[in-house]
Design a protein around this ligand. Sequence first.
Ligand SMILES: *Cc1c(COP(=O)(O)O)cnc(C)c1O
Length: 375
Amino acid sequence: MFQRSYHLLCPGPVNVDPEVSAAMSAFAFSHREEEFEALLDQVIARILGVAGVDPAVWSAVVLTGSGTAANEAVLASATSGDAPVLVLANGEFGERLGAISEVHNPRTTVLRQAWGTPFDLDRVAQAIRDVGPALVAMVQHETSTGMLNPVAEVGRLVRDAGAKLFVDAVSSFSADALDFDASGVSFVSTSSGKALGCYPGLSIVVARHADFETIAAEKPRAHYLDLGRYYRFARDRRQTPNTPAVPLLLALDRALELVLREGRDARRARFESLARIVRDRLRGLGLELLLEDWAPRSNVLTTALLPEDIDYGAFRAGLKSHGFVTYGGKGPLEGRAFQVSTVGAVDSDVLEVFFQAIGATLATLRGEGSRASMA
Ligand SMILES: *Cc1c(COP(=O)(O)O)cnc(C)c1O
């Protein structure tokens, strides 16, 4: 039953700061009142603050829905539908962008590389020449492996080709650096429930006013997920088109305030140092990591390979009995790997207990206790 709380070492859901959970139920008001309009304004301003962009140039829309809602909104709104779209995939979430795009853009091409391998920029350049895309979509942090993809390098190729770049930063926003102005991005998606440290349920698209204006003037290809409608409502009425999850917006507002209070650079540095501790300690426990040190890795999570003699289901149950929840591998990594993320409210004391729990679980599953007593 659901009568216990866990340490969530997942990239999302995460344990939230007590200030964030308190904020969620701090006030009650209708979303058709001026209080909500002030809240929405503030949330948008704070998102742009966390993004490090000029509000005169950039804006944001907030949708009620998980990260996929933002991704689908971009892929259904940022193109005309008959234009070619190129999606880059080297993991589960790149694949999902491809699947969403195929629904909304029949002329979608997915350029695939093996999970956990960096994009070959020559192949990307060739694909851009072959496909002639109006939009290129990619994931910044491929959450299924932990790999950080080269947004600025792809951005240069996309810009030279006169196309727009959409970056799924759902898991990486505020944890890994992204230079909105210099890297050639046009659309960036993220969500409340990952590195921003809030509850899941809201998703966000950041883009330039000019791009939102273009979309807002075009014939919509979706209704609920029409970015143009969200932008027009915010611009003209400081409102959302439909009923928003106001308690989640209150929580997100506080989570964003905490990010800004900590400072963008300090926060990234903290996540980076936690990720380094996780990598060192997992190796110290004799575990092999999916991505070696030369690979570009996120500050969000680490994927460790499960030893051949360990069953993933039993390993996961063991960690859970110690109070820890981690994610297992997806796709080709299913049953072979697990992931440790430290973007939630977690400190080094909790992590210490976690590493002991891994050691104890591995020892139990290997029957080391019984072998030792027989010897
Ligand atoms: C979590 C995630 C998503 C969205 O997943 P939801 O379940 O809809 O929140 C999309 N892209 C990436 C890279 C993610 O990590």
